[in-house]
Write a protein that binds this ligand. Structure first.
Ligand SMILES: [Zn+2]
Length: 152
């Protein structure tokens, strides 16, 4: 599926054409708009010029990241995975103004993130999401590529 991504840098429009192959889409479609209007996070690795993609519901992931931050407390915060801290702070991959086309989070960084999600209620309530993310990490590792994450 061909997509055109659009961003603005220094007041100028930047476009990127990508080919997306959807591996899983775990998003919530709004009853009012018929689209996932509350936002999605996108995770992918590149293979032969195509983006192998998992789309995830942003509020759902945010809820699990908040669970991790809360259970870690101030003393354990630094031990949280880098992706969770960035997500919590709206920096790095979670900052769409500095990384409009996603950020390289690395397979290990992504695996840490998924391992963290497994310790939250996501393991119970979003097993399909956790499985899809885990599968993405496994396939990326198999192909020796890296993983990108994006706040869309
Ligand atoms: Zn809506």
């Amino acid at each position: 599926m061909r997509e055109q991504w659009r961003a603005y840098r220094n007041g100028r429009e930047v476009l990127r054409e990508v080919d997306v192959v959807m591996q899983a889409s775990v998003v919530t479609v709004c009853a009012h708009c018929g689209v996932p209007c509350s936002g999605i996070y996108r995770f992918w690795y590149e293979l032969d010029g195509e983006l192998m993609m998992v789309d995830a519901d942003q509020p759902t992931i945010d809820e699990y990241m908040a669970e991790l931050v809360e259970s870690a407390g101030p003393d354990g915060y630094a031990d949280l995975s880098a992706m969770v801290r960035a997500g919590n702070e709206g920096t790095g991959w979670a900052d769409s103004s500095t990384h409009p086309f996603g950020a390289d989070v690395g397979v290990e960084g992504f695996e840490d993130f998924v391992s963290g999600l497994r310790t939250t209620s996501a393991a119970t309530w979003s097993a399909d999401l956790v499985d899809a993310l885990h599968q993405l990490a496994a396939m990326s590792a198999l192909h020796g590529t890296t993983i990108y994450a994006m706040d869309d």
